[in-house]
Design a protein around this ligand. Structure first.
Ligand SMILES: C[S@@+](CC[C@H](N)C(=O)[O-])C[C@H]1O[C@@H](n2cnc3c(N)ncnc32)[C@H](O)[C@@H]1O
Length: 262
């Protein structure tokens, strides 16, 4: 199943290659890093991103002024990643899995945004991140959350059992159908206290129609997705020997977790 998920993403990112607008913006990076880091704190740093996809986060990190970024992507999206990188002289792209990240021991920060919840056994990836950081370096991960997503999960889980098996053209047609109720739901969130309302207004509403469609597709396509409880999310880094582990319930539906290498 784990390699099937990598295959799923390879196919997805060969079809959805660009990162335009708010979806690929420094403004969104600031939101993702908040409240633990400000984007200007990573200026001049040497960093890595585990699971880079099409290079969306890598380009955000470069725009924020990092000195060098190691971009890890195991899927066929690797060619899209290499093509999309805006300052290639400041990036090293490696087509490897996260657990194969070399033990550099000198990285200031490692990021993994929307990746570990697609890896059935993420422990070895956390271990590799620990080895690649310098003492005092920090690992920041963003994960789908279980808390705050009750109604959504009740709907999406049975749907995903079907959609993860659909060929692209059928899934893309379903996404087109789902796009319209989602657009209405986003509008309703202005008036009613609906589930996921904060996420809808703070994030999804700022995305272009094309990126909203991609986000629906991304929810329905991968073979493996786990929704983490607060305890599980913290445990991931604590069991990886990180200290000063802190956690934030981002927009009430997901977890940002950060830990430091002693
Ligand atoms: C949802 S995408 C996130 C891409 C990027 N971080 C972003 O936010 O735009 C998840 C990515 O993780 C990659 N991935 C899956 N399994 C992985 C593993 N074992 N090691 C590293 N990356 C992996 C997938 O190929 C995919 O590109």
């Amino acid at each position: 199943m784990k390699d099937q998920t990598i295959k799923d993403f390879g196919e997805q990112w060969l079809r959805y290659t660009d990162n335009e607008g708010y979806y690929g913006s420094l403004e969104l990076l600031s939101d993702i890093l908040s409240p633990f880091l400000k984007s200007d704190e990573i200026r001049g740093c040497t960093v890595a991103e585990i699971g880079s996809g099409t290079g969306r986060i890598v380009n955000m990190l470069l725009e924020a002024g990092v000195n060098h970024v190691i971009a890890i992507e195991p899927s066929d999206a690797f060619e899209v990643l290499c093509h999309n990188i805006e300052q290639p002289e400041k990036a090293t792209c490696l087509r490897i899995k996260g657990d194969q990240l070399p033990a550099y021991q000198n990285l200031d920060y490692i990021f993994s945004i929307g990746v570990l919840h697609h890896i059935p056994d993420p422990g070895p990836v956390v271990e590799a991140a620990f080895k690649a950081l310098r003492p005092g370096g920090r690992f920041l991960v963003w994960l789908y959350g279980k808390e705050g997503n009750g109604l959504y999960l009740a709907l999406i889980r049975p749907l995903r059992d079907i959609t993860k098996r659909l060929p692209h053209f059928m899934l893309a047609s379903l996404v087109e159908i789902l796009y319209w109720p989602l657009a209405l739901y986003i509008k309703l969130c202005h008036w009613l206290p609906l589930p996921l309302g904060e996420y809808m207004s703070s994030i999804l509403e700022k995305m272009s129609p094309e990126k909203r469609r991609l986000i629906i597709y991304d929810q329905l396509n991968p073979s493996y997705t786990k929704y983490y409880t607060r305890r599980e999310a913290e445990k991931l880094l604590i069991e990886g020997k990180f200290i000063n582990v802190r956690i934030h319930h981002r927009h009430g539906y997901s977890w940002t977790v950060i830990g430091e290498k002693p």
